[in-house]
Structures are given as structure tokens and as C-alpha cells.
Design a protein around this ligand. Sequence first.
Ligand code: C5P
Length: 398
Amino acid sequence: MSLEGKKIILGVCGSIAAYKSLILLRYLTKAGADVKVILTQDAQKFVGKLSFASLSSYEVLTDLSSDDQWKNHIELGLWADLFIIAPATANTIAKCATGITDNLLQAVYLSARCPVMIAPAMDLDMWAHPITQGNVKKLQSIGVQIIPVGTGLLASGLNGEGRLAEPEIIYNYILDQFNKQSDLKNKRILITAGPTFEAIDPVRFIGNHSSGKMGLRLAEAACQRGAKVDLVLGPVNENHQQINGLSIYKVVSAQDMMNKVQELENLSDYFILAAAVSDFMPENVEQEKIKKATAVPIIKLKNTPDIAQWLGMHKKNHQKLVGFALETNHVKENAEAKLHKKNMDMIVINSPRDEGAAFGHDTNKIDILKKSGEYISFELKSKRELAHDILDEMLKLG
Ligand code: C5P
């Protein structure tokens, strides 16, 4: 893939590995990218501004307090298709994680609307320190991609983890990132998310604790990758941003959700059913609020329409169906039975028993089972990262 016309900001921090950024810059410009370089004050102690200027067709930026460059930081943040900080020191990573903005690089970081990648470089103890690891996790949880550090001889003479990834490795991560920005282009994805509320009377309902977070993160990730997304969303409190390509349809009950899905079904290439649809609804909805009487009311329930089952029966060959299973016991067996019964192509399994997983959390622990029998387990991660993992596996379905 060429990087022709891609706009990249390369941020360089004060590290002995800064010389490797010159090689990375060369790779990027050779591949056709437009690269603007920002050096921190400390970076300039390791590699001179002139070296970067010679390899880039833009002025090298260094100063938040200079009139021109200060005014530019918002423009720069909007200009870029990608912002990569390589090498990123423990200090810069900590500033990114906390929002400290005492130099141009940090101001651009906070203004950037594009994907951000960070390639750390530091001594092994600084890298292993719980504070650094905590900062890295925090950045990952908001969607910053951390390029894994290398292992080997460090500038301190110690041996271990903390080396800046080699320039060609960073370059490949950048290529992958751009690939991802368009791998769902021209695809339309229907996502259901959140709980459904089934009315008992005008004020009461049967519901559940689903926050809609996993479905929202999936919708955002799919849009970032170029898809057009129809999100059919049950009643949730979660905030959602306006993003290009995302249409949100708010519904309340399982029947509302079913109606919307049936309306959109024909347009979709993929269905991802992350909604925790209520399985039961009252047979009759009382028109008036049920009075508290001496006898406790008995509410007769009936099944809600099964959206997954309906899609499984009606989907065409080119349409793929991805379901979710939230199980508390016999997790794998139940998920497998569900996959076959509902004619799904893939099922995402999560168990509310896993620490930090499922309802309401920003993290989740999932396994994926495919119709082919392939079974993949993922570590506990942010729902944002898992959304991309799920989309990666979904794309492999064809
Ligand atoms: O509720 P259950 O565990 O059977 O859910 C499995 C999958 O089926 C989930 O993807 C869920 O969104 C979907 N489902 C649905 N309509 C229902 C019940 C479940 O689409 N009425």
C-alpha cells in the first residue's frame, strides 16, 4: 500500500532512539506521505532540527510559544490523518495520559481528531513501572495504539524491554493503521445494542443492566474503518458522539427493535447483535398504573420476538450474522448451541462472572466462536480495542 497523499504528524521526544525517527521519516516520505515533524526541546538535544528538515518538505515545528506555531496547533490537529509519537518517553506518555499541555507536541496531541499511535522508548525499569504501565493502559482504553516495545540492549547498558520498535516495524504498523481506516469502506453494518424495556404498565417495565457500551464502541470502530452503520439502540444513558457514517435509531421494546431491523435488513452486509434483548414481555400491558393492593399481581409473560433467529432465517449468502452470548454457566456449550440454532456465522461470548467484563464496564473479556469451529480467546481489554478485534474476525468471515 502506498501512503500517497496521507498526512502524518511525526512527534519526536528526547530519547537516544530519536535518531531512528529520521529513518522512519525517510520511509514515510518515500512512500508518498506528507509528514510534518514536531520536536520537543529535549529531542533537539539528541538530533538536530536540520536533519529532520532535510528529510521533510515542511518546516520542523518545535515551539508552542512562537506566534506562528502556537496558532497552528489546532490547525495541525485537524490537518493530520495520523499522529505518531516515536520515540515517546515515559514523560510524554504520562503527559498524554493526563492532558498536560506544556509544549507544542502535547497541544497538537490534545487537538488531534485523527488516530494516534505511540511508540515508547525508555529504560526497562521506567517501562515496567506500574505508573507507566497504568498510563499506557489508560491511553489504550481511549483508542491510542501503542506499538509494542522491543527487547534487547538498552542505552543504559541494561538488557530488557523498552527499546523503540525498529523503524520498519513502526512503518508496518502505520500501513496497517491506514489499511484499517478503509477496510470496511462500502460496507453497511446493522448493529443492535443496549437493553430493551418491556412495558408492564405506563410506568413500569422489565429491563436489564445492559449499558450499550460494547455496541456503541463497535459502531464507532466500524465507522472509523469506513463503514456505514445503522445502530438500533435500546434505552441507554451512554453518551454517543456524532460521527460520519453513523445513523442511530432509538427504540424501546424488543418489538420496536425488530421492526427497525426488518426495515433495514435488506441494506446490510453484516449484522452485529450486541443488544441484550429482553426474552420475555408481559402478555398484556395494563393501560393504567397497577395499584399496590393486598394481593401481589401475577404478570403473565410471553416470549419477545427473536431478532437473531429471524435474521438467521432470512439472511442471504452475502450477509453475515454475528451474535453475542452472555452466559453464566456451561458458557461454551450454550454459545455453540445458540450459534447453530440461530444460524449465526460467529458468536462473541462473554461471561459476567469474569472480573471487569460485560455489563456496564469499559472493559470486557471475550471469546469468539465461528461457524467453522474456530475458537479464539482474547485477554481482558477495553471495549474499544475489542470492537476492532471483533471487526477483524468478522471481516475474515468473507
Ligand atoms: O438472549 P440470547 O442469549 O439468546 O441472545 C443471543 C443473541 O441473540 C444476542 O446476539 C442477542 O442480541 C440476540 N437476540 C435477539 N433477539 C432476542 C433475543 C436475543 O436478537 N429476542
